[in-house]
Design a protein around this ligand. Structure first.
Ligand code: NIG
Ligand code: FE
Length: 393
């Protein structure tokens, strides 16, 4: 067992509301001139550098800020192909309608295992280089038994937070047989995929014909729960709809997008704040020219929120949590502290994890370093690559 003392931390954001001697405004548990001891991948000690005990090794962080590693609780990294032209068309006013998903499905099915694995690996590395230390990865671009199992197998090479999304859209070969596709997803596909997944998700969106209705989504999620998977929902992305209501009704851990919320959706989310997190994905609003939801309002109402990238080839080909934080501050009304907390502790909560998202003894030593004196620079220096995950070995 070897321990490392990290010193030279100008500002340490811990998210630990109980940390003695810390500055507790906005719940960040901040320390200046701090030190951390890491032992075998876990936090062993946190405090002022002047009080640090001995450790086997020492490492100087060089007067930088250290924050909990970002938890990206929503991504679709298992895909091949390119949809840049779809993005360019959207910038000229063509609305997003999910039609491009079929092209990603074709390219993904055509890719070899090695090609897909290399693509996912490169995207995970890109995330880590921008400060993300935990990532959830969904399937959903295979949409056949074989291709969904393969997507989850490849995702499992990189994370334990894998999500079965056979109910992303109805694939073209089932276009006139929707109910048969729902039977496949809840039957043979679920049985084959469940051993490779922790979560099940569904694209519940009445505004897109090949996504799933409230009733179909309820059937899919219930089958997933019976198979031992925990629940996540894509909801309220393209207009008002049943996604939030359904997620709360079924006790899902997260309902993601939440772009269009009614008063009753907000009330339901507030009442379910100990169970269901509203995950905001501002890079999607950016990339689809959608209105940004008012995150300040959600926090004011008592809703638990998370921030994630939704990195995917259609609505957000951005792997950057700092970008999401900057957008949340600029466009969604969050303070820099609220945005950072949502992208760390909030996302950890949406994954029902209590070993990440906080820098406290006993938690995983998932640390992100900023080439900056303070976490405020995450949104202040938007677009500048100041965040990176700290490699300890
Ligand atoms: O989270 N909304 C559904 N799925 C993805 C986008 C899928 C795509 O366009 O490729 C999302 O936005
Ligand atoms: Fe998504």
């Amino acid at each position: 067992m070897s321990s490392t003392l990290l010193t030279g931390i100008s500002e340490l954001v811990t998210n630990d509301e109980l940390l003695e001697g810390a500055e507790h405004s906005e719940h960040l548990g901040r320390l200046s001139d701090a030190a951390v001891i890491v032992e075998d991948g876990f936090i062993a000690w946190v405090g002022l550098a002047a009080h640090a005990p001995q450790a086997d090794e020492r490492r100087d962080i060089g007067g930088r800020a250290v924050i909990p590693g970002f938890v990206d609780s929503h991504s679709h990294l298992v895909f091949a192909g390119d949809r840049a032209s779809e993005f360019v068309a959207r910038m000229t006013g063509i609305p997003y309608d999910g039609g491009g998903i079929a092209s990603s499905v074709n390219a993904t099915r055509a890719a070899s295992d090695d090609q897909l694995s290399a693509l996912v690996g490169a995207r995970v590395a890109e995330m880590r280089a921008q400060g993300t230390t935990t990532v959830e990865i969904k399937g959903g671009y295979g949409l056949s038994v074989k291709d969904e199992v393969r997507s989850l197998r490849i995702a499992s090479e990189f994370t334990s937070e894998t999500t079965f999304l056979g109910a992303h859209v109805v694939p073209p070969e089932f276009a006139h047989r929707r109910s048969e596709y729902v039977e496949l997803v809840t039957g043979e596909m679920l049985t084959a995929c469940a051993p490779h997944a922790r979560w099940i998700d569904v694209f519940c969106e009445p505004h897109i014909p090949n996504a799933f209705t409230e009733e179909e989504a309820r059937v899919v999620l219930s089958a997933g729960r019976d198979a031992g998977l925990a629940l996540r929902v894509h909801g309220n992305q393209l207009g008002h709809g049943p996604g939030v209501r359904l997620a709360v009704e079924l006790g899902a851990a997260s309902v993601d997008h939440c772009t269009f919320l009614s008063e009753s959706d907000i009330e339901a989310l507030a009442a379910a704040s100990g169970t269901t997190v509203a995950t905001l994905l501002p890079a999607v609003e950016f990339s689809t020219r959608s209105p940004y939801p008012n995150a300040r309002r959600l926090l004011g109402a008592g809703v638990s929120i998370a921030l994630a990238s939704d990195c995917n080839p259609g609505t957000s080909y951005s792997s950057s949590i700092p970008f999401a934080i900057a957008l949340a501050v600029r466009e969604m009304g969050l303070t820099p502290a609220e945005a950072l907390r949502a992208a760390t502790l909030g996302s950890a909560k949406s994954l029902r994890r209590n070993d990440i998202g906080v820098i406290r003894p006993g938690y995983r030593a998932d640390l992100t370093v900023l080439d900056a004196p303070s976490y405020l620079h995450l949104s202040y220096r938007a677009g500048v690559p100041i965040a990176r995950a700290l490699n300890l070995s």
